[in-house]
Design a protein around this ligand. Structure first.
Ligand code: UDX
Length: 435
């Protein structure tokens, strides 16, 4: 008989995982403490933008295989409980806040049936899984706990969940590994690499991967700083080094740097944990990765001052992009919004446009102005900042847009616009890392 699955926490990760598991034929119940979210998901709707997930989730709800509940006891018949709750940065430090993970474990322990497996997917500080497993066995000795980190990217969440580039399972027994092999039978059939690890290694794989990705981005942004100082072009440099397969050309897009709900908080929590472990020196470099990343945001503001004036009061600034990256409406630690807010705080009048993230952005920063169209956003602007590389911005006609602005100056914060096209249309074109 097919396994029954529960997914605890129905945010980006949980909602996607639940819908994908149901699409593979499992009976799935998604549990969340937020009744409003559960009501929406039960209708087959999602409270955020993620390409393809809306259709998939609606289909699965309609099929009857996917249900949602705010009552933990509705997960009592499940064989596998995936723990997908958030682990944001604590308010007063760098560490991860484990309140939701701890509370969920306590709740699951109360109803998990004999022989069931709790599988952590949330990104946690190393050592958490072993602690949670000990607690689970204390409360519910007939169950077990494994760790199975999730590597999905927003914007590609469904594809990454259904066809991950690897599956990492931290287990303490063959029985636990075998249950996970049943869950991921479809992936094993398509030869997805399967990595069995102990609990701490499985936890570390996730933060190590995100630290590496963050390092790649900050590396190229450091090269951008050097290119600016030396009169070089970081986009050509990135292309050239990327041809070396040991380096690779992905994640070398220089610009305003990384944001979102994962990379920034994960590298900080990793540093905090290393310090607790007495190994802080090993991750000292991540402090520099974080600083380079924050500096990239400042460098855009410096460019604005250089082109307009030191004093930004009264200047009209158009910002294209609010999401932390394209194909997402996520504005958590969005570099684009951070820059917009800082410029607004300096006395400028900032108007923001984004094809999907306007509502969450306005909710978070009501002090900013928002425009429904690109043209409206650019009207009367002294400078245009391109800060999230949505496809629609790359396809804009710079010649037609010129009529709307007060001054035709654009700063490409993502090195994604066609510079020649904008120059030919008579724009002054600035970009990070390009002389
Ligand atoms: C990331 C990891 O990629 C994923 O594996 C993990 O599970 C969660 O964290 P995500 O947060 O969705 O995924 O975004 P990602 O695509 O990694 O981009 C992160 C940030 O880096 C974005 O702000 C993006 O704009 C920026 N970025 C990415 C760059 O500035 N340059 C690049 O070359 C690539």
């Amino acid at each position: 008989m097919a396994l029954k699955i529960s997914v605890i926490g129905t945010g980006y990760l949980g909602a996607t995982h639940a819908a994908c598991m149901a699409s593979l034929g499992f009976d799935v119940v998604g549990i969340d403490v937020d009744p409003a979210k559960i009501a929406l998901l039960s209708k087959g709707e999602i409270p955020f933008y993620e390409p393809g997930l809306d259709t998939l989730l609606a289909e699965q709800v309609k099929s009857g295989r996917l249900t949602f509940s705010s009552n933990f006891s509705d997960a009592s018949s499940a064989d596998v409980h995936f723990l997908c709750v958030g682990t944001p940065q604590v308010k007063d430090g760098l560490a991860a806040d484990l309140t939701c993970v701890n509370a969920s474990l306590e709740a699951i322990a109360g109803f998990a049936k004999a022989g069931s497996l709790v599988v952590g997917k949330s990104t946690v500080p190393v050592g958490t899984a072993a602690r949670l497993r000990a607690r689970l066995l204390e409360l519910n000795p007939d169950s077990d706990l494994a760790w199975n980190p999730e590597f999905l990217r927003e914007g590609f969440a469904v594809e990454d969940t259904l066809h991950p580039n690897r599956l990492v399972v931290g287990v303490t027994s063959d029985a636990a590994e075998n249950i996970l092999k049943d869950v991921y039978a479809a992936n094993l059939a398509e030869n997805t690499p399967w990595v069995r690890a102990d609990l701490p290694t499985a936890e570390l794989v996730k933060v190590a991967a995100n630290s590496f990705l963050a390092t790649k981005i900050s590396f190229i942004n450091a090269m951008a700083e050097i290119c600016e100082a030396a009169g070089g072009d970081v986009t050509i440099l990135a292309k050239a080094i990327g041809y070396d397969p040991r380096i690779g050309n992905r994640f070398l897009q220089a610009g305003i740097g990384f944001g979102g709900g994962c990379l920034p908080k994960d590298i900080r929590a990793f540093m905090a944990r290393a310090e607790e472990l007495g190994a802080s020196q090993a991750l000292e470099f991540l402090r520099e990765i974080d600083s380079i990343n924050i500096r990239a945001r400042q460098r855009v503001i410096e460019l604005v001052r250089r082109d307009l004036s030191e004093d930004l009061r009264g200047k009209k600034i158009a910002v294209l992009g609010a999401a932390f990256k394209p194909d997402s409406d996520d504005v958590r630690d969005s570099p684009a919004l951070d820059i917009a807010v800082q410029i607004q705080a300096a006395g400028a009048h900032v108007t923001v446009h984004d094809p999907k993230a306007m509502e969450p952005a306005a909710k978070r920063f009501p002090v900013l102005n928002f425009a429904q169209t690109v043209e409206e956003c650019l009207t009367g602007a002294d400078i245009v900042l391109h800060l999230t590389e949505w496809k629609m911005y790359r396809e804009l006609d710079p010649a037609a847009l010129k009529a709307h602005v007060a001054q035709a100056i654009v700063i490409d914060g993502r090195n994604a616009l066609d510079r020649e096209k904008w120059l030919a249309a008579g724009w002054k074109f600035r970009a990070l890392g390009r002389a």
